[in-house]
Design a protein around this ligand. Structure first.
Ligand code: SAH
Length: 344
């Protein structure tokens, strides 16, 4: 029988595991706390007796990703390459902000979405990450860097809502006060627009921020760059977002990459403003980060300014995202899978 990874479990599930070996359930909280302190071995749980640690170890273990590489850029951004137990690798980013540290984490090995502008889609889809592997990125970066992480964005490799159950579990685990205690309001989940999953998420009562990768004001342009739009078109997506905000009363963040001469004209801005007018939402403009295989170019600062101006004049709350980590290919859309099989 395969051993269970304690990092994949809620406290209640650890209690059940203890119950099954005739142990008291209060120990589950002790174990849970150790996991989030970053221990990698059951034997490090020193307030649990050695015989009990041995008994637990017979059916369980604690995963710990191997740090295969860390790159550091001058703007205080770190990109980690983590090796998973099966030899796959994922990337995660740690960024320093005025208020503290923020982690950008992956939810899948590879991605199925195939967006034309994104490096992650180049390598295809390999598998979903487990909840434990998702939160491990935060636990490990916190342990390795010695900095408390207070904010998490699910914007690394993969489509979080395509790995729905594990993403929801990871959110609840990150929020647990006995663990990392990261407030839902400090967590963002980004999706390319899986409509049924957005509607399902609305019912979870998780006051996180939902980001939608919109990137186009209409189906003509969105179909060219995001295959998911052929499944759920822009009006279906906007309607799902309206339902989401009605149910959750949480403001949605629309992400919009500006790509030169593709989606950045004044006409595009006007059309975009009309699409989101009146919604509980704001727009986050992202300068396109060049990905070597693609011939898209980033919009000039003048075009960005004009686009922003049109939206603002139309009364749409809009910001331009600050860029971090571009010199180490750690900026939005640049994470990818370079080490598909690192270990033999
Ligand atoms: N699959 C999810 C989350 C991962 S992508 C999603 O699609 O939202 C995180 C964000 O980076 C998305 O908004 C994505 O569209 C954006 N992105 C991808 N490639 C980019 C690039 N080359 N430059 C800037 N942003 C990019």
């Amino acid at each position: 029988m395969d051993k269970v990874n304690l990092k994949d479990l809620y406290i209640e599930e650890i209690e059940k595991l203890l119950y099954d070996i005739n142990q008291e359930k209060y120990r589950a909280k002790q174990i849970f706390k150790w996991i989030y302190k970053g221990v990698c071995n059951i034997d490090e749980m020193t307030d649990i007796s050695k015989p009990l640690r041995e008994e637990i170890s017979q059916g369980a273990f604690i995963s710990c990703p191997e740090v295969l590489n860390v790159q550091h850029s001058s703007d205080d951004t770190y990109k980690y390459l983590f090796g998973l137990l099966d030899g796959n690798a994922i990337e995660s980013v740690l960024m320093k902000y005025k208020y503290g540290y923020s982690a950008c984490i992956s939810t899948q090995v590879g991605c199925k979405m195939g967006c034309a502008f994104c490096a992650s889609s180049k390598c295809g889809f390999v598998r979903h990450l487990t909840a434990g592997e998702i939160i491990d990125q935060v636990i490990s970066m916190q342990r390795e860097s010695g900095n408390r992480i207070s904010k998490v964005v699910f914007m690394g490799i993969g489509e979080p809502l395509d790995n729905y159950e594990n993403t929801i579990k990871a959110l609840r685990l990150l929020n647990n006060p006995l663990g990392l205690n990261i407030g839902y309001r400090n967590i963002s989940v980004s999706t390319s627009g899986l409509v049924p999953a957005i509607l399902r998420l609305a019912e979870e009562s998780l006051p996180i921020t939902l980001s939608i990768s919109l990137h186009a004001p209409n189906d003509r342009i969105r179909n060219q760059i995001m295959p998911v739009n052929k499944r759920y078109n822009i009006n279906e997506l906007i309607n799902a977002c309206k339902k989401y905000t009605n149910i959750t009363r949480r403001r949605i963040s629309f992400e919009y990459i500006l790509i030169d001469n593709l989606n950045d004209s004044e006409k595009d801005a006007i059309e975009l403003a009309a699409k989101v007018k009146g919604m509980l939402a704001h727009i986050n403009l992202i300068p396109f980060n060049p990905v070597s295989e693609r011939d898209f170019k980033r919009s000039s600062p003048d075009r960005v300014k004009r686009f922003l101006h049109v939206l603002t004049k139309k009364g749409i709350q809009t910001t331009v995202r600050r860029e971090l980590g571009s010199e180490i290919e750690a900026a939005c859309g640049q994470l990818r899978l370079k080490h598909e099989k690192h270990k033999e």
